[in-house]
Design a protein around this ligand. Structure first.
Ligand code: ARG
Length: 462
């Protein structure tokens, strides 16, 4: 397909140059946005009397037809075209002749591509937001079922203090709620219309930039035309927000992988979301979680690529910027794919409550509560801490736990102990008494569930 810029060239483009230069393999996914942008542009050209109203209408009508032909398969995108903009304009001109050639008045592919990416990513962000909301909903449902499922809470991957599985799960809901906020923030800054910046320096035609911005549902127009065509901050910001989502999914995946192991056995994944081994018949592997963890690397790579592409280019547009799309689209596609596989995996996993509780019953995770019991009897915390440490050492020596250590042994270390200590250190009480806001106590879990649900039920996450 012929290039749009043939006029001053005497020779054909070398085939290798065309392949190297072309972006159609990855920008053709923006065909709908490109056409919608062109329709808004040409409507404005007509309304401002820059081209004849009748011609503007004819072009808009034909662009609609091209759109539906591509969608129906009646028109195939020509993969030898330089980019999607060239293809659509070329097709329009094939169909309308001279009239079609008027579309690109007061426009450049520089503002056109800047517009198309924004329109595309705006839509993609909304899809990702929906998927995250779905995952938060699933997490809340699992948390609801596990409000009284006691498990060990860890620091340094060492059993630390008793919590509930609901509390653990709601930590991920909190992260994902922040991810929603970040996406909404990215979308806000992205929603600025660059159309009318033209190549770099605006135009001499009396265009109405606010009109195109309104037609395309942007909040405002870019105020500096050099910035409008060369800003890709929104791609970087999105890749950053997506990277953080992947950090969260990857941490969650890592825990699922551990919890599935024979060493933990806290959860069992549904057969539909696990795989086997070709040689070891007993294996049931958490491949989905491992892949999500692995794919986080791709998305971080995309972010790094975008930062690196942008960091050294002089204003305004440079062809380096064509590299933006593969990176940001890969990040978008990867996150969507991960969420699509991850959410039903969480939804269908079985929680092995007994195993969680058994793990919580070992490892002296009620030692802090034992010390707090002594504090309740008037001992300063630091002394209570020391006495409890000695009790733990004694238990380890004798192969006992704090629950099974006889009272007389307690009393040898501190005579403030009485029978009440056994009640004070039950795991249920340890969890229930953690009434501080944000803790694992029942009331706090209700607050956390309500906050997460309010977030996902908001129609617009703005
Ligand atoms: N395919 C190009 C890109 O993605 C479109 C813009 C071309 N502009 C230009 N001045 N060559 O960046």
């Amino acid at each position: 397909m012929a290039q749009l810029w043939k006029g001053r060239f005497k020779k054909e483009l070398a085939a290798q140059t065309n392949d190297f230069n072309s972006s159609i393999t990855f920008d053709s996914r923006m065909f709908e946005e490109d056409i919608k942008g062109s329709i808004a542009h040409v409507s404005m050209l007509g309304a401002c009397n820059i081209i004849e109203k009748s011609e503007s209408e004819k072009i808009a009508e034909e662009l609609e037809k091209i759109l539906s032909d591509i969608k129906s398969g009646a028109l195939n995108i020509d993969m030898t075209a330089e980019d999607i903009h060239t293809f659509i304009e070329g097709e329009l001109t094939n169909r309308l002749g001279k009239t079609g050639k008027r579309l690109h008045t007061a426009r450049s592919r520089n503002d056109q591509v800047a517009l198309d990416i924004r329109l595309t990513l705006r839509k993609e962000i909304s899809e990702i937001e929906e998927k995250i909301k779905e995952l938060i909903g699933v997490i809340c449902g699992k948390a609801e079922d596990n409000k009284s499922t006691i498990m060990p809470g860890y620091t340094h991957l060492q059993r630390a203090q008793p919590i509930t599985f609901a509390h653990h799960l709601m930590a991920y809901a909190a992260m994902l709620c922040r991810d929603l906020d970040r996406l909404s923030d990215v979308k806000k800054r992205m929603n600025v219309c660059p159309l009318g910046c033209c190549a770099l320096a605006g135009t001499t035609y009396p265009i109405d930039r606010n009109m195109t911005a309104e037609l395309l549902e942007f909040d405002s127009i870019s105020l500096n035309s050099l910035d409008g065509v060369s800003d890709r901050d929104f791609c970087i910001e999105l890749a950053c927000a997506l990277s953080i989502i992947m950090v969260h999914l990857s941490r969650f995946s890592e825990e699922i992988i551990m919890w599935c192991s024979w060493e933990f056995k806290f959860v069992e994944l549904d057969d539909a979301f696990s795989t086997g081994s070709s040689i070891m018949p007993q294996k049931k592997n958490p491949d989905i979680a491992e892949l999500v963890r692995g794919k986080s690397g791709r998305v971080f790579g995309d972010l790094t690529a975008l930062l690196t592409v942008m960091k050294g280019i002089a204003l305004a547009y440079n062809k380096d910027m064509q590299e933006d799309k593969e990176a940001v689209f890969d990040a978008v596609d990867t996150v969507k794919m991960c969420l699509t596989a991850f959410t039903p995996m969480i939804d269908t996993m079985t929680v092995l409550k007994e195993n969680m509780r058994n793990a919580a019953a070992k490892g002296f995770i009620n030692a802090t509560d034992c010390a707090d019991y002594l504090v309740g009897k008037g001992l300063p915390f630091r002394d209570a801490y020391k006495a409890t440490g000695e009790l733990v050492a004694l238990c380890i020596d004798k192969g006992l736990t704090l629950e099974t250590l006889p009272l007389k042994e307690y009393k040898k270390i501190c005579d403030l102990f009485d029978e009440g200590v056994y009640e004070a250190i039950t795991l249920e009480k340890c969890v229930a008494d953690r009434l501080s806001a944000g803790g694992p106590g029942a009331e706090s879990i209700e607050v956390q569930l309500a906050a997460a649900r309010e977030k996902i039920n908001k129609a617009n996450n703005g």
